[in-house]
Design a protein around this ligand. Structure first.
Ligand SMILES: Nc1ncnc2c1ncn2[C@@H]1O[C@H](COP(=O)(O)OP(=O)(O)OP(=O)(O)O)[C@@H](O)[C@H]1O
Length: 415
């Protein structure tokens, strides 16, 4: 098997290969030492022979997840001698049930051969357990990209190629990952990727009929809507952690300069510890004293991200960090002139959105948004549509665990 690090820009895929070595003295004591040296060079501090529960969504993306798994993913996981238990999801919500009932002592990793929808379900299934805190710490989540939205793999594996992602998972490092509680009505759900109201939500959710385009449907949908200058009025309150781009840049650079820590062996959370309490209550509680609701009558884009890439050419949140306890929040007014609007659109692909003056970019640890003056609209949580009602979000620092190549940063170019 090839063991060099994948370089996503140059390669599209990898395959496993057997290279036989003839030994002069097969029983020499040097042989195990040589094998150990080779493996330790290949894996570093990453766990070898991971025990993986593989979930395949046969309807993910263009319906080819099973074929992608058999052709590009399974041979690599098998060559690395991972222990595999493969299950196909049978219906919407099945990922939640599987995660709720999972024997967490039997596995190290749940790897989702899907889009971002199945990881969203698995996080929520783990979060519903009585031992949620322990399960979220013990089980590392990974995505093997087989859907139309593969942001999780882009951010953590550095690729949307199934075989390169499989190799990244084989060699991935356990990494703490913030999760976000979203309360809406009487519900509480976990979000790991993004929350959007307005243009981005609409782009994501109103383009289902363009599924045949693959990930290009997001780019196309965004382009079409951006030029209409539609506003999505709302009242918004935020708990700001880093208010200016300068502060954000400094915080990002400080985190990037810190090499990954070797995780300390600590006892797992108690078996009866569920999800953490909500520091700021739910959307139904009175607004916390230190928060102020600010009217946003000309809101064009409200987009909160917990990861950097939202699609292959859209590094929307370049300052996002896996476990800084913050969501990166972008707000853009709807009434900016057309030239500024187009500049925003082009800047996403050029990785320059962060610096544009018309883009309000902050790091927040919680917020509430109350859409107003609209009969109906789109709200997207991790790409899933939820009712068009007020909601509140709160970040839980390092609550979840993922596998990542870097151990403390996403793969996108930072700030
Ligand atoms: N067997 C099944 N039949 C129907 N729906 C399923 C099945 N298995 C999973 N699903 C649902 O498919 C949805 C989309 O899954 P996934 O994210 O894997 O694909 P995707 O192509 O990226 O889709 P999307 O772009 O909508 O996120 C999930 O919400 C999941 O509940």
């Amino acid at each position: 098997m090839c063991f060099g690090p994948p370089s996503p820009k140059m390669e599209k895929s990898r395959s496993s290969t057997r290279i036989p070595y003839r030994l002069d003295k097969a029983d020499s004591a040097d042989v195990p030492a040589w094998i150990e040296k080779l493996l330790s060079r290949a894996y570093g501090s990453s766990q070898r022979q991971k025990r993986i529960k593989v979930l395949i969504n046969p309807f993910g993306g263009q319906g080819s997840a099973l074929k992608l798994y058999n052709t590009h993913i399974a041979p690599i996981l098998a060559a690395a001698r991972c222990e595999l238990d493969v299950e196909k999801t049978q219906y919407r919500g099945h990922g939640v049930e599987i995660a709720q009932k999972l024997d967490i002592d039997k596995y190290d990793v749940v790897a989702c051969c899907s889009g971002d929808g199945i990881p969203h379900e698995v996080w929520n299934g783990l979060g519903k357990r009585q031992d949620a805190a322990k399960a979220l710490e013990k089980i590392a989540l990974a995505q093997l990209p087989c859907g139309s939205g593969n942001a999780m793999s882009l951010n953590l594996n550095g690729t949307d190629s199934p075989s390169l992602a499989a190799l990244a998972v084989v060699k991935g490092h356990r990494t703490p990952e913030d999760l976000v509680s979203v309360t809406q009505g009487d519900r509480r759900m976990l979000s790991f990727l993004s929350q959007s109201v307005g243009i981005v939500a609409e782009t994501d959710l109103a383009t289902e009929h363009l599924r045949w385009m693959g990930s290009a449907r997001f780019t196309w949908g965004f382009l079409v809507r951006f030029l209409r200058k539609t506003s999505y009025p709302a009242d918004i309150a935020v708990k700001v952690e880093y208010a200016t781009k300068e502060e954000i840049r400094n915080a990002y650079r400080a985190a990037a300069a810190n090499p990954p820590r070797t995780p300390k062996k600590q006892p797992l959370q108690a078996a009866d510890a569920g999800l953490p309490d909500l520091k700021y209550g739910t959307v139904n509680d009175p607004l916390p004293d230190s928060w102020t609701l600010v009217p946003h009558d000309q809101l064009g884009n409200f987009y909160a991200g917990k990861m950097a890439y939202m699609s292959p050419d859209a590094n929307f949140f370049p300052a996002a960090l896996p476990s800084d306890g913050c969501l990166d929040l972008i707000r853009v007014r709807a009434d900016i002139d057309r030239r500024a609007n187009i500049a925003c659109m082009l800047a996403v692909a050029d990785n320059k959105l962060f610096d544009l003056p018309q883009v309000d970019y902050q790091k927040v640890s919680a917020y509430r948004i109350i859409p107003k003056n609209q009969k109906d609209g789109y709200i997207s949580i991790d790409g899933e549509r939820v009712p068009f009602e007020p909601f509140q979000a709160e970040v839980h620092k390092g609550l979840g665990t993922v596998l990542s190549r870097k151990g403390h940063l996403f793969e996108a170019k930072g700030v």
